[in-house]
Design a binder for this molecule. Structure first.
Ligand code: AMP
Length: 184
């Protein structure tokens, strides 16, 4: 059973690694960013509500994202494991998630923080060229990361759940370390 909560700044390479892990372990890759981008594309009520926040690099309100994650984790394909990428993003969301996992009987999750220095992250985000990757939006997303999301590192460290992997290596090296940490 593999359940992974994947932490790290935007541009750390979480999405890429999460996809590889999901394929390798045959578990769903649950990316709240991907779900929100799809909702936006389909112009669902969720997508319409989320758009303004996403365009500015702000977080979508906790409640919207939490409902989305509860619905996704309640689907049958999550029974054998999952990798969560981009959630939780706030301490509130982390508290919600701990309760949700308890309720769904999905315990034993591993929390992995992918560490990458700031200057590397900015370079990678500028190269990526996604619609919400303009310099101004990137700067805002990093600010939001520092103030809202980075406190999760201490949150999980205090709960003795935090595992750390150096994300500033080749894709293969990062994957190798992740594999070790997740299987241990
Ligand atoms: P990502 O693909 O993870 O970088 O997410 C893209 C955008 O979706 C973020 O900048 C936020 O606006 C929104 N988003 C994704 N996940 C969350 C979350 N857990 N809480 C709030 N907003 C989120």
């Amino acid at each position: 059973m593999t359940r992974v909560i994947f932490l790290g700044p935007p541009g750390a390479g979480k999405g890429t690694q999460a996809k590889i892990i999901a394929d390798d372990w045959s578990i769903p890759h649950i990316s709240t960013g991907d779900i929100l981008r799809q909702a936006l594309k389909d112009q669902t009520p969720l997508g319409i509500k989320a758009q303004g926040y996403m365009d500015k690099g702000e977080l979508v309100p906790d409640q919207l994202v939490q409902e989305m994650v509860e619905e996704r984790l309640s689907q049958p394909d999550t029974k054998l494991g999952w990798i969560l990428d981009g959630f939780p993003r706030t301490v509130n969301q982390a508290v919600f998630l701990a309760e949700l996992l308890h309720k769904l009987n999905h315990q034993g999750e591993k929390v992995v923080n992918l560490e990458v220095p700031d200057e590397i992250v900015i370079g990678r985000l500028l190269e990526r060229g996604r619609k919400d990757d303009t310099e101004e939006v990137i700067r805002r997303r990093l600010q939001v990361y520092r103030s809202e999301t980075a406190p999760l590192i201490d949150f999980y460290r205090d709960r003795h759940q935090l595992l750390t992997v150096n994300g500033n290596q080749s894709q293969e090296e990062v994957f190798g370390e992740l594999k070790k940490v997740i299987s241990s």
